[in-house]
Design a protein around this ligand. Structure first.
Ligand SMILES: Nc1ncnc2c1ncn2[C@@H]1O[C@H](COP(=O)(O)OP(=O)(O)OP(=O)(O)O)[C@@H](O)[C@H]1O
Length: 217
């Protein structure tokens, strides 16, 4: 049911070098709306680096990153932060929820970062979708691992991003939890109209997301 094929991510001529590291080079990539994509590659090949680059967190040494047609590194940093908050939902290995804030407050600040007004109806809706409404007033330290993961997904989707970026979301999960996290990500992406980009080594993920991009050194 894809009614349009707009390009949501376009990477051209990307290279990056960490201080004292070797230069990482990435093939060009184009992802169209709804074309969920796996980022594959050996350990250390640069998958996390690429996710940071396409999310506006790490400026590449060369090349351009376009999200929804916007060259993101042409934006001044405040605008880039706002753009990221609006268009990109990030789910990294550590949940990075603010520990001193409740789950609900974490979602409020995510709305604030995107320059949006706090929308309690939306917060309630997302918490309900992710089966977390009973944890709205809990602090992250009081959540189980699975609840923490769902809270991270809630925060990632709260602003209805065009792109959902997840780094190894199933690492160290058993088959059952892998299946449930994958279903959650895919369902959330479908429901929110987002395109999913997932970096993984996990063979179990490959069967669910056929479009793949290979990172190699
Ligand atoms: N902060 C950093 N400072 C210096 N070098 C780094 C830094 N982060 C990553 N690197 C190096 O950059 C290369 C790519 O790392 P990256 O984390 O992107 O790989 P990856 O494919 O995500 O690996 P893994 O699958 O093991 O998580 C590696 O050689 C790594 O050692």
């Amino acid at each position: 049911m894809q009614d349009n094929k707009q390009t949501v991510i376009r990477l051209n001529g990307i290279t990056y070098r960490y201080p004292q590291g070797e230069s990482l080079q990435f093939d060009d990539l184009e992802v169209t709306s709804g074309q969920h994509t796996l980022i594959l590659g050996d350990s250390g090949s640069g998958k996390t680096t690429l996710l940071h680059i396409l999310s506006g967190l790490l400026k590449p040494e060369t090349g351009t990153v376009q999200i929804d047609g916007q060259r993101i590194y042409d934006l001044p940093s405040r605008k880039l932060d706002e753009f990221r908050g609006q268009r990109i939902g990030l789910i990294f290995q550590e949940a990075h929820l603010v520990k001193s804030l409740t789950v609900k407050e974490n979602l409020q600040i995510a709305q604030g970062f995107a320059g949006a007004k706090v929308d309690f109806d939306r917060i309630r809706e997302v918490l309900t979708l992710l089966n977390l409404e009973h944890k709205a007033e809990s602090y992250p330290g009081k959540l189980s691992r699975g609840q923490m993961q769902r809270a991270a997904i809630a925060r990632a989707v709260i602003n209805r991003p065009a792109i959902l970026v997840a780094d190894e979301p199933t690492a160290s999960l058993d088959d059952r939890n892998t299946e449930s996290v994958l279903s959650l990500l895919l369902t959330q992406a479908e429901q929110q109209g987002a395109t999913l980009v997932v970096a993984t080594h996990d063979k179990r993920v490959k069967t669910r997301i056929p479009h793949a991009y290979q990172v190699s050194r």
